[in-house]
Design a protein around this ligand. Structure first.
Ligand code: ADP
Length: 592
């Protein structure tokens, strides 16, 4: 029989009347020999090859002539031969009628192939074993694919199982744990045998289970393919961890849900780290804020301190000022009190002085009046004697009488002046003030003192404006009083100026600072000591007057004169140099 399969294609039997099918044995032979994908051959009872097919030749590489009669163990690898596998297989097949095996076989060229082998025992009609039918199929290709798949699955499983950072496991459609990995064990604390078969809700806190959350997760994952969540999960020991969970629905090629893949990650540390980072950031922000606030407060406090210092300074200044003011106030108060006291005592003194003055004036007036009556009597009787009515007088008696008469006259003058001063002091004097020509008053006064002046040989010059051809000057004064003042000043000048001296009565054409008319009586006399310049205006004050030289004036003339001047709104003052002369200045208001 040829080694190649038969080429002829059977004609359509229905249409070819000449066709007749081969006998059944031949048909079987053709069938077996033609099949290319299987090596189909027969062995005798001991395992020697009896027939060979086209498929066997193709599979194993032996030509029919090469292989017929040889033992089938030639197809086994050395390790199977060493283990006695071919004989054992035949024994098994003989015993049970059939043996199926997968294993490596060897081709003629020594290469191996993965074979599926079925050995079937063949019995004759009497039931005696006659041999074996052996059908071998080359499954190398399928085997390779299966191996690859298995390898990849194994690798994948290994990978999944060895992942420690993620809990990766499968759930069945109802949520029971189907697989477990190292990560799951590490994160959740269960070993595979403890957890497989249990429902995955054991990983959830009671409140979430009560809400039906695990079931909800599966429903969403089944509907949408995927569900992701972050939340608290429970370990075997009851402790909690913060988990990121992704549940993925698994479907078979027909679209039927076969379970879920669940990947869980423990984020507790990350969450803690995040919280820590957040806390830290918040703390830093708070610290920065506090620092900033602190700096602001510091600045504010410094400003306040500066202000406080300034205020303190101001307060101290104010304090000092207030103390100073208080002191000043006290001083003023004291001064005021003193002034008040002084005023009061001055008033009292003035009152007392006025009272004393009035009493003195009253006394003087009474005295003068009382003295004048006996003086008049003295004058009258002296005159009787002088006229010789009491008989002729001897020369000695006449000298005595003249002395009596002179003394009487002096005493009368004195008494008149005292009376006049007393009346002045008591304010009893009245003034007949009218514009008065100074020149005429001066002329009258000059005439009255002339005997005195001539007797002493003293020159008198009266200077009035009209004498120089200038307009006359009138003053507002009582003519008699003005005349009395001028007489007094001129007679004093004559009295206290040595023989041959010179007197000037001058009416100035210029007014003084107050606009008053100025009348001066200037002499070249003995002058007045500086310490007496004020005193001479006091009553009864006479410079160098001794008790031994009576009859020379009264000491009342200047006092009366100044009072009269002041009574008419003017004044009387003196300037003098001892031994050189004096200047008495009378001022009076000018008539317009
Ligand atoms: P009396 O002339 O009556 O003494 P007065 O009051 O007129 O009184 O003068 C008082 C005194 O002033 C005089 O006693 C004299 O000492 C002095 N006195 C007045 N006028 C002059 C003068 N022109 N020169 C020197 N002394 C004078």
């Amino acid at each position: 029989m040829p080694d190649t399969p038969p080429r002829g294609t059977p004609k359509d039997g229905a249409s070819d009347a000449a066709y007749s099918p081969p006998p059944p044995d031949r048909f079987y032979q053709l069938l077996v020999e033609s099949i290319q994908d299987y090596a189909i051959f027969a062995l005798d009872r001991t395992g020697h090859i009896l027939t060979w097919s086209a498929g066997a030749a193709r599979l194993k590489g032996y030509a029919r002539t090469e292989i017929l009669g040889r033992h089938f163990s030639v197809f086994y690898p050395p390790e199977d031969l060493a283990a006695g596998k071919p004989a054992r297989e035949l024994e098994e097949a003989a015993r049970t009628g059939r043996l199926e095996d997968y294993g490596w076989r060897v081709r003629k060229d020594g290469t191996r192939f993965w074979a599926s082998v079925v050995i079937t025992a063949l019995y004759d009609e009497l039931g005696a074993l006659v041999g074996f039918a052996k059908v071998t199929r080359d499954l190398t290709e399928q085997r390779r694919e299966t191996d690859a798949l298995r390898e990849s699955e194994a690798r994948f499983r290994l990978l999944v199982e060895s992942v420690r950072d993620y809990a990766i496991f499968l759930l069945d459609p109802e949520g029971h744990v189907a697989t477990w990995n190292a990560g799951a064990e590490r994160i959740k604390g269960y070993r595979a045998e403890e957890i497989i078969g249990r429902h995955f809700s054991v990983f959830y806190p009671a409140e979430r289970i009560a809400e039906g959350f695990p079931q909800y997760e599966l429903e969403v994952a089944a509907r949408e393919g995927r569900f992701e969540d972050e939340g608290w999960r429970i370990r075997k020991d009851g402790s909690r961890f913060w988990a990121n969970v992704v549940i993925t629905a698994l479907h078979d090629p027909g679209g039927k849900l076969v379970g879920f893949a669940k990947v869980t990650r423990d984020l507790t540390e990350r969450r803690a780290a995040e919280e820590q980072a957040r806390d830290l950031a918040a703390e830093q922000a708070a610290r920065a804020e506090a620092e900033r606030r602190g700096q602001e407060l510091q600045l504010l406090s410094e400003q306040l301190e500066e202000q406080a210092i300034e205020l303190e300074q101001q307060r101290e200044e104010a304090q000092a000022l207030s103390e100073e003011l208080e002191q000043t106030n006290e001083q003023l108060q004291q001064a005021l009190t003193e002034a008040n006291d002084a005023r009061q005592s001055a008033e009292a003194a003035a009152r007392r002085a006025a009272e004393a003055s009035r009493a003195k004036s009253d006394f003087l007036a009474t005295m003068s009046h009382e003295l004048r009556t006996p003086l008049n009597a003295i004058a009258g009787y002296a005159q009787l004697l002088d006229m010789g009515l009491r008989g002729p007088l001897t020369p000695a008696q006449r000298v005595d009488l003249e002395r009596i008469q002179r003394s009487q006259s002096h005493l009368t003058t004195l008494i008149n002046e005292v009376l006049s001063y007393a009346r002045l002091e008591s304010g009893a004097i009245t003034y007949d003030i009218r514009p008065t020509l100074v020149a005429s008053a001066a002329e009258n006064a000059e005439a009255l003192v002339e005997p005195q002046r001539v007797a002493k040989g003293i020159a008198l010059e009266v200077r009035v404006p009209e004498a120089a051809g200038q307009p006359p000057i009138h003053v507002l004064a009582d003519q008699d009083k003005l005349q009395q003042i001028l007489i007094n000043l001129l007679s004093n000048a004559i009295k206290f100026t040595p023989q041959g001296g010179r007197i000037v009565l001058e009416l100035s054409t210029e007014s003084d600072a107050r606009g008053m008319a100025v009348i001066r009586v200037v002499d070249t006399g003995i002058g007045i000591p500086a310490d007496k310049l004020q005193a001479i205006f006091e009553p009864f004050v006479q410079v160098g007057r001794s008790l031994n030289s009576p009859g020379e004036g009264t000491g009342l003339g200047l006092a009366i004169s100044r009072d009269l001047a002041r009574g008419m709104g003017g004044d009387l003052t003196v300037e003098s140099e001892e031994g050189k002369g004096s200047v008495f200045t009378l001022t009076l208001p000018r008539a317009a």
